[in-house]
Design a binder for this molecule. Structure first.
Ligand code: ATR
Length: 274
């Protein structure tokens, strides 16, 4: 039987993961089938285990199940432990257990450094938001050796707590929007859910250093409100489509041992979006 993989989330109908992984399978010649699974919010574990019982080898996990996937897994990669969340589950037939990994942060860092040529080492980074999406990427961002990471969030206490959690991995601080006054950054990453509502965090006008890169972890057919804000202030603005494809590529490599090329797939999706 052909190896089966899927993405599980709720909602899931608009997920691009089946298309991305199917393109990766064609590109690498790996024989696999990848579909989308709608996970009932009260039956995540049951759905996932039924998938394994029917020959499922691995799952990508998306909203709202990344914490439940973390609880479900029996062992973890180091990066999943740091993120306290799992976006990649691998079925281990020998032990009949799930291995949990998290490829979100690697996906973001690869898109920034490799695809967009945004340097992180020695730079002043600002991350907006302090929810699960941000916790998932802070470890790999700190591994890229920035001079400093500041986390700013609507709820200041959450940013401070997250900074504390990662304090042993580098120079990192956190606070509310007011903590941004009189600070400037080279790279600003929006990890809030504000773009989803078409909203924008309250940011000072002089936040961007000369030549700053501004990245939104969301993407869409049009520039997000955050990207528009950045462009109007002289920043180079990027959306999160490349991160989506790069995290998928890393998951594919976890499962199949071969890392697909993300760039042609990013280009194909970009054409479709526009
Ligand atoms: P996710 O998994 O997407 O990170 P989450 O854990 O619920 O979801 O976190 C959402 C993040 O977006 C939080 O940082 C949230 O700020 P609060 O911690 O203050 O709730 C932020 N967020 C959501 N809507 C926002 C808005 N309209 N403006 C600014 N920040 C917003």
């Amino acid at each position: 039987m052909t190896d089966r993989y899927a993405v599980i989330g709720n909602p899931i109908a608009h997920s691009k993961s089946p298309q991305i992984h199917t393109l990766f399978a064609e590109q690498t010649g790996e024989p696999l089938v990848y579909t989308a699974l709608l996970g009932p919010t009260d039956a995540f574990v049951k759905t996932v285990n039924a998938f394994a019982a029917n020959g499922g080898r691995g799952l990508n996990v998306t909203v709202p199940f990344k914490n439940e996937a973390f609880v479900l897994a029996s062992d973890y990669s180091q990066r999943a432990l740091r993120a306290s969340a799992v976006n990649t589950l691998s079925w281990q037939p020998e032990t009949q257990n799930w291995h949990g990994d998290n490829t979100d942060g690697v996906g973001l860092v690869r898109d920034l450094q490799r695809n967009l040529q945004v340097e992180l080492a020695g730079k002043r980074l600002l991350v907006l938001g302090a929810g699960g999406a941000v916790q998932g990427v802070l470890g790999p961002l700190l591994d890229a050796a920035p001079a400093h990471i500041h986390i700013a969030n609507r709820t200041a206490g959450k940013a401070a707590a997250l900074a504390q959690y990662f304090a042993d991995a580098g120079s990192v601080a956190g606070g509310g929007w007011e903590s941004l006054v009189n600070q400037q950054f080279d790279v600003v990453i929006n990890g809030t859910a504000a773009s989803l509502a078409g909203e924008l965090p309250q940011l000072p006008d002089n936040l961007l250093a000369e030549g700053a890169a501004c990245y939104d972890m969301m993407y869409g057919a049009k520039p997000t409100p955050y990207m528009q804000w950045a462009t109007e202030r002289g920043g180079a603005a990027y959306d999160g489509l490349g991160m989506l494809v790069e995290q998928a590529a890393e998951s594919f490599s976890v499962w199949r041992g071969v890392l697909p090329e993300a760039e042609p797939v990013i280009a194909a999706l970009r054409t479709q979006l526009s």
